[in-house]
Design a binder for this molecule. Structure first.
Ligand code: ATP
Length: 464
């Protein structure tokens, strides 16, 4: 089909493992249309039996979106490519619409993949998108009010692969390819695309950045941004690797919801990695989806070197005693009782599975009274164990706890599995090693292998 571009599609996709097929996320714009045709070309030649499904999300936000999805469907039908349109139905939020749309888009794409047994979704993000992203983040970083952006991690830009919901890989094979080259290729092949009006709407930050990159010094700024992203990505990966080593060496889990750091953690020479590890652990124990900004964990780490103390950060109590530094969820602001629901995320830190679907069940914290009956653990004070257990979820009916059905093989009515909160929804491949170390520590499910060739389960993260 794209016989003039055999090298390009090989270069882009030869590292991927598409043996379970691929979902191509196609908006109908130039980049994702090019992605679709390049991928089709690659699969036809190398893996003709592999399933290829193009998916278009109709965000239902502007008139014409359904027609655009239909146009993609027609192009796919013309070329014998399976296609589905999924509509983001339901109420749209008044604020934070772009983030909500992105969230909905990935949720629907992952759902479509999962329904077909496909493990990887590919998107058409290009080198131009990457440069825009990095420059926008850099501008925010310079704005001192944006705490999230200030630790430099964001300057790594978009990761080549991101794990969504701890289950589905979103890969970006075109991150090293220029938009102009893709458009050229489409034009040569006589393939059209849709111009999204929001891409040139200057009320939005990205189109403004796009226009400024088309200006006089645009190419130089592009090159600088890409170089910066490469360097920041390598640094971020390396920092994550070092943090993972410290977590493996110094962290333990005496009981669910209770993390113990060896006191020697505070004498780690690599204090940068130790602070990073601490930030990830704080967010995980507190059930928070973002890392606390760097300043406060750094100050806390410095104090931990010399003091016993009790402090709260990221909804996590840090109780530093001579016997170790203990982290557990603070008792404040735990979720109120909610009707029990299967497959729910509780308090941002526990994945709930229900096998008892009968009515009248609620999930609420174990609470201090029930936690009094907790088991003892060698070397850990009973009060710490009680506080950690009190913040765990339990299943209740009419004020009575019902999630223990005693011994034997009977299924528990509810299971609660820890999640690595800051990475549970989106895990960029930069952070895989740190996330894997925390997953092993807290008993979260292990990570699926990367969608690249030669990554088995055991070594999946070595080259992330
Ligand atoms: N409505 C959508 N349906 C399916 N995939 C989408 C949709 N919007 C975006 N994507 C995916 O996310 C990528 C990046 O989105 P972005 O909004 O930057 O691109 P776009 O301007 O919509 O189109 P393109 O990247 O195709 O030129 C797209 O290349 C595509 O893979």
């Amino acid at each position: 089909m794209l016989d003039t571009e055999p090298d390009l599609s090989d270069r882009l996709f030869s590292n991927f493992d598409f043996s379970n097929g691929a979902v191509a996320a196609v908006s109908g714009g130039s980049d994702s249309t090019a992605l679709l045709f390049l991928l089709k070309h690659h699969l036809d030649r190398t893996l003709p039996a592999a399933k290829l499904l193009a998916v278009t999300i109709d965000h239902d936000l502007r008139p014409g979106s359904a027609a655009e999805a239909q146009a993609v469907a027609s192009v796919c039908a013309e070329h014998g490519i399976a296609h589905r349109t999924l509509v983001w139905s339901g109420r749209k939020p008044r604020t934070g619409l772009p983030a909500a749309a992105r969230e909905a888009r990935y949720r629907l794409l992952a759902k479509a993949a999962e329904a077909e047994g496909i493990r990887v979704v590919v998107t058409g993000h290009t080198a131009d998108d990457q440069a825009e992203t990095v420059l926008m983040r850099q501008a925010r970083e310079e704005d001192a009010s944006d705490e999230d952006a200030r630790d430099g991690r964001g300057l790594a830009g978009m990761a080549p692969a991101t794990l969504y919901d701890w289950r589905t890989w979103i890969a970006r094979p075109l991150l090293g390819t220029r938009r102009a080259a893709l458009r050229e290729m489409l034009k040569r092949r006589g393939i059209g695309w849709i111009e999204d009006p929001t891409n040139v709407d200057q009320r939005f930050e990205r189109p403004r950045m796009r226009i400024s990159l088309a200006g006089a010094d645009g190419e130089a700024r592009f090159a600088q941004a890409i170089a910066k992203a490469g360097q920041a990505a390598a640094e971020r990966e390396e920092l994550g690797r070092r943090a993972a080593v410290l977590i493996g060496a110094f962290a333990g889990r005496p009981a669910p919801g209770l993390i113990r750091l060896d006191r020697d953690f505070t004498s780690a020479e690599d204090s940068e990695a130790a602070v990073y590890a601490l930030r990830i652990l704080l967010a995980t124990v507190g059930g928070v989806s973002f890392l606390p900004d760097e300043a406060r964990p750094r100050a806390l780490f410095e104090r931990l070197r010399s003091e016993t103390l009790c402090a709260t950060l990221s909804r996590t109590v840090v109780d530093a005693r001579r016997s170790g530094i203990f982290l557990h969820r603070e008792a404040r602001n735990l979720p109120a009782a909610v009707p029990a629901q299967d497959q729910a995320l509780w308090d941002g830190r526990r994945g709930i599975t229900l096998s008892d679907r009968s009515g009248g069940l609620v999930i609420a914290p174990v609470g201090p009274a029930a936690a009094k009956r907790s088991a003892q653990e060698a070397g850990v004070s009973a009060s710490l164990l009680r506080r950690a257990l009190a913040a765990e979820p339990a299943l209740w009916r009419g004020g009575e706890r019902v999630d223990f059905v005693g011994g034997g093989d009977a299924p528990q009515p509810m299971t609660s599995v820890p999640v690595v909160s800051p990475f549970a929804r989106f895990l960029p491949s930069f952070d895989l090693l740190a996330a894997a170390a925390v997953a092993a520590l807290i008993g979260a499910p292990s990570l699926p292998p990367l969608p690249f060739r030669g990554h088995d389960r055991g070594g999946a993260w070595a080259k992330a």
